[in-house]
Design a protein around this ligand. Sequence first.
Ligand code: AMP
Length: 320
Amino acid sequence: MGESSGPTPILRKAEELRALRRDLEGSDHPVVFVPTMGDLHQGHLDLVRIARSFGPTIVSVFVNPTQFSPGEDFDRYPRRLEADRERLRALGVDAIYAPSVDDVYVPGDQTRVEVRGLTDPLCGQHREGHFLGVTTVCTKLFNIVRPQVAVFGQKDAQQCLVIHRLLRDLHFDIDLCIGPTGRAEDGLALSSRNRYLSPEEREVARVLPRALDRAQALLEEGERGRELIESAMQEVLAQPEVRVDYADLRRVEDLGRSDMVEGRVVAAVAATVGGARLLDNRCFEVGRERVRLAPLLDECTPAHLARRWPMQQELPEEFL
Ligand code: AMP
């Protein structure tokens, strides 16, 4: 579908999606899926731009109730489907899948899909049932959309690792593509939840990327003691308006912790500022002498996957 054609179709039913999916069968290019909860910002749109370079693209907009813990923001989560549709139309998306809760969780639904281990630390400790909701809804969506490539954002690093595990363990024939974290000019990671911040809170929220800067600076200076680096991140986050859930330096491989930092690691922070729970992370390859910024998973970068698939368009330069 061309970039300037009519409004992007919004499909509500799994059957409609299946019909579209049949039409896309036999395309030279992979069918690409970008799952979202909507209220799309530039971070989401960049994932869609990556997706479009691969092939026909389906974006889901679904605020999934099962991934919210009791007392969280499910009811007030921003829902702006028409604005989302406008943004997606400009990018030439083939369809938006925006089902109702009952369409995804059919009456009598009793099935949950669980990834163990990787879901225990970090957000798993602070958001009860969150990942069970994520892995269950993603399994449902993958089965309905049947993509060949699924694009997720590194902003939610633990989610990426959990989905990577899910795809492997359940033998889904889907390649995970992880796009970089989209940021505001001042460094704050874009998030639909940034809407909840007052201007003052927005200012305070900048401590999240600053905590990651601090971890990076220490690693670059040669520090390898995990506890010291984590304490330094906590220090940056220690503001009266900030409630920290975690500021951890963990192995990417299993999200475990080593006393001395080495290999592929992720510095991950989560904190609530005002009414907004915010996340950020940065990934490093740490050697004895040297440290470099690194992707979360080498085989999931857009550039790596672009070498595996016949592309519809070249990847935008910033993702190469
Ligand atoms: P959400 O709508 O927040 O559930 O996110 C949908 C997808 O967009 C997930 O794969 C997120 O990781 C990704 N995402 C959210 N925020 C960003 C961001 N700032 N940069 C890149 N990807 C993001």
